[in-house]
Design a protein. Sequence first.
Length: 239
Amino acid sequence: MTDNRLLPAAVFGGLLALGVIGGGALVGQGVIHARAGDRTVTVRGLSERDVKADLAVLPLRFTASGDVLSEVQSRIDGDLGLVRQFLSAQGYPAEAVTLGRLEVADTRSREYAAQNGGPRFILAQTVIVRTTDVARVEATTRALNDLVRQGVVLQDFRGPSYVFTRLNDVRPQMIAEATAAARKGAEQFAKDSGTPMGPIRQATQGSFEILPRDGDGFEEAASVNKKLRVVTTITYSLK
């Protein structure tokens, strides 16, 4: 004989089981939707631009040596006059030329200095040309042999430094170009995956790089022609 009390219990247990299964299904759907809501794509956009330096700095360091300080000083003064005449002939105004510090070395006063019979005094003077006339500095660099022929001993000559000073003028447009390139890449990804693209989740602008345009081991400061580069990294949500 069947116990009538077992029937309600069985029915209740069945309903409870269905509730657990149904609840589990809803929870599963919730996880799926949460993951879909968190889907993102991270893309990078590049902007490059060729520019030309608008400032040149040309240091000219020359030396003289000897055993009598006054004589060495006199030769340095004479070389300084020759350098000034040379730069004037190259077309530089007086305000473009500045006089650096005078360096004086007494080799006999150095502790443990080798007594090799060399000159006692070595003097070095630096003259610095700073100008926005970059083409003139390029021409001057090629003409330095004329100065050397006059007996001026140039030391540690590394050439001029060329600087691009108008980065702030091109920065906004380059950032816009890099951002547009990143968005284009994200749109293509969303199209290929069949997923609508949502708003920006995160954006990072990389630092601007100034590189020698032609590479080949040239230092950036030694190159008149330069390449500006910036990369933006943007994360978009996917719907």
